[in-house]
Design a protein around this ligand. Sequence first.
Ligand SMILES: Cc1cc2nc3c(=O)[nH]c(=O)nc-3n(C[C@H](O)[C@H](O)[C@H](O)COP(=O)(O)O)c2cc1C
Length: 162
Amino acid sequence: MLRLASRVPDHGKLAPWRFILLAGEDKDAWVARLGAIAQTRPDSEKASAALGKAGPSPLCVVIVSRAAPHPKIPEWEQFLSAGAVNMNLLLAAHALGYGANWITDWYSEDPGARALLGVAPGERITGHIYIGAPAATPLERPRPDLEQLVTVWRAEDQPRPR
Ligand SMILES: Cc1cc2nc3c(=O)[nH]c(=O)nc-3n(C[C@H](O)[C@H](O)[C@H](O)COP(=O)(O)O)c2cc1C
C-alpha cells in the first residue's frame, strides 16, 4: 500500500513527504498519550472526543509533508504531491477491501502531539490515514453538484484578439 501511495506525481522528484506508521499496541499507546495531551488543552472535552476516531483501527499511517523552499519547485506543488499521497493511500486501502479514512484533527497541529511523533518544525502533517477492516458501510452524503462547478471554455465565446 505504501508503494502504491508513493507512486504520485512529484515535480522535481523531491519526495517531499514521509510516512510514520502507528500499529497495534504502539498505536494504542500513542492514542493514550494524545488523550493526556488533550486534557491540557483549553478545548479538552472536544479534543478528547475527537480521539474516538483514532482508536478503533489497527493501523494509522501519518503522512508528513517535507515541503521546503526550492529554487525551481514551488512549495505549494510539493504540498499537492503530499495530498496525492494521502489520496493514493486511501484508494489503495479501499481497493484491497479495507476501510480507510483521512483525518487531520487537532493533533496535526498541536505542538505536543507533533513532538510526540518527532515532526520537525518545518514539516506539516497532511493526514492520518486510519486503516482497518470496515466495521460498517460508510455513510453516504450529498455530493457536489457538478452543474455548479464545471465550465467549458470555448474559443468562440472569447473576444476576438485584435
Ligand atoms: C485534508 C483532510 C482532512 C480531514 N480531516 C478530517 C478530520 O479531522 N475529521 C473528520 O471528521 N473528517 C476529516 N476529513 C473528512 C474525511 O476524510 C471524509 O471526507 C469524511 O469522513 C467523509 O467521507 P466521504 O467524503 O468519503 O463521504 C478530512 C478530509 C481531508 C481531505
